[in-house]
Design a protein around this ligand. Structure first.
Ligand code: ZN
Ligand code: ZN
Length: 411
């Protein structure tokens, strides 16, 4: 069955082009035709959606999620079986779709089976672009063993986030293993993190040789490496080793910016997660030590965004929210809108995100031939980003692969 959207005010993010009184035809999961004015008559069965002058734009992309981390209660999570964790994750993915996110990129934990279940429509949710387990060195941001724990992790230290690999050969093997399991990208943690128990934010993790081994494996597989990094020592070392994307980047310096621009690399700031954790304090599940580390990165985050924006770095939308804080997923728009023009913020969650994911022309655009991933809004987000951040008021429809999601009933 075809779906036709009429009376649309379309927004094409890459060019910024707008069209009034436009129509779009959707068939077999794709946008097949579009135009302005009176559409041609259709003979087959067609579902008509009247946008009533509202904005029709590509569905949103969140390029930094952890769909498996649906709770920050670490003790409770110890008792979650993979089945239970997956059901919870897919339910939270469904909530993301109903906020307008038609694609999410998981950077630690999600697997092929979850992406397949979503693609097959077994559950309603966004496209899931996954990287399998994040690679961490021993004692790095992906090593959550307590000081009393001397167990030797071999393959899967944390089913919901990462795996340990030390040394060039082990990194190479882990990379090949994640690509064997269908990973779209490879994630490495290359500097200290907020949630990990013992590593300092300024600590560098992995050597240039280890990072380079991961990059070579990724390039051999036509994939790319993205890294968790805060400190410029870590960011710059990773960029010099050829990584294509940096997550967070809060403490970046001039050299980081120069390398990002020169290499046409991508930066995925995740400022909302620091703000949200800061607001709830201990209730976020963070220890006192982690809350102190949080302040180190939180206060620098907006400045880093500002500098990267001014230099023309490819910026992509990311939220990185864990557990119950995932409800704040749209609030990164508000933070970015204080720094960037709204059209640039919209691009970060559509056309620029599509480039990062290697899905240019397929998502993040309304051009015929693209996947029919789009949202219908009351109001104009280019005029006011708050149109995106209040879906209960403004989000009329979410269409993913041509399937019209039931947005209202789940609220
Ligand atoms: Zn991270
Ligand atoms: Zn993260």
């Amino acid at each position: 069955m075809r779906t036709r959207i009429i009376n649309a005010h379309t927004l094409e993010p890459a060019s910024g082009e707008r069209q009034e009184n436009a129509w779009l035809d959707i068939a077999d999961g794709r946008i097949v035709d579009s135009g302005v004015g009176q559409p041609h008559a259709l003979v087959d069965d067609v579902r008509v959606i009247d946008a009533a002058g509202g904005t029709v734009m590509p569905g949103l992309v969140d390029a930094h999620v952890h769909i498996l981390v649906t709770s920050t209660d670490a003790a409770d999570r110890e008792n979650w079986t993979p089945g239970y964790a997956t059901v919870r994750a897919l339910r939270s993915a469904g909530e993301m779709l109903r906020r307008g996110f038609t694609t999410v990129r998981d950077v630690g934990g999600a697997d092929y089976g979850m992406a397949r279940a979503l693609d097959e429509g077994l559950v309603s949710g966004p496209r899931l672009i996954f990287g399998g387990k994040a690679l961490s060195q021993t004692g790095g941001h992906g090593d959550f063993r307590s000081l009393n724990d001397d167990s030797q992790p071999c393959c899967q230290l944390k089913p919901d986030f990462g795996r340990i690999a030390d040394g060039v050969d082990a990194v190479r093997h882990a990379a090949r293993d994640e690509f064997r399991k269908g990973a779209h990208h490879l994630k490495l943690v290359v500097s200290g993190g907020v949630a990990s128990p013992t590593d300092e934010i300024s600590a560098i993790q992995y050597t240039p040789e280890e990072i380079r081994a991961a990059v070579v494996e990724a390039e051999n597989h036509n994939r790319y490496v993205t890294v968790h990094a805060y400190h410029p020592r870590a960011i710059n070392q990773a960029l010099k080793a050829g990584v294509r994307c940096v997550e967070h980047g809060n403490l970046l310096d001039d050299e980081s910016i120069r390398l990002l621009v020169e290499q046409d690399a991508f930066l995925v700031p995740t400022i909302i997660t620091y703000e949200a954790m800061h607001e709830v304090g201990e209730a976020s599940g963070l220890s006192a030590g982690s809350l102190k580390k949080l302040d180190e990165v939180r206060t620098a985050a907006v400045d880093a965004l500002e500098r990267a924006h001014r230099a023309g770095v490819n910026l992509v939308y990311g939220s990185d929210l864990l557990g119950g804080l995932q409800t704040r997923q749209l609030d990164e728009f508000t933070i970015r809108g204080r720094v960037q023009p709204s059209l640039d913020v919209i691009r970060s969650a559509t056309s620029t995100a599509a480039r990062l994911l290697g899905m240019e022309g397929r998502i993040g655009t309304l051009n015929p031939g693209a996947l029919a991933d789009l949202i219908v809004l009351d109001g104009d987000p280019e005029h006011d980003l708050a149109v995106l951040t209040a879906p209960e008021r403004n989000l009329r429809h979410v269409i993913r692969g041509g399937i019209v999601a039931d947005v209202a009933s789940a609220r």
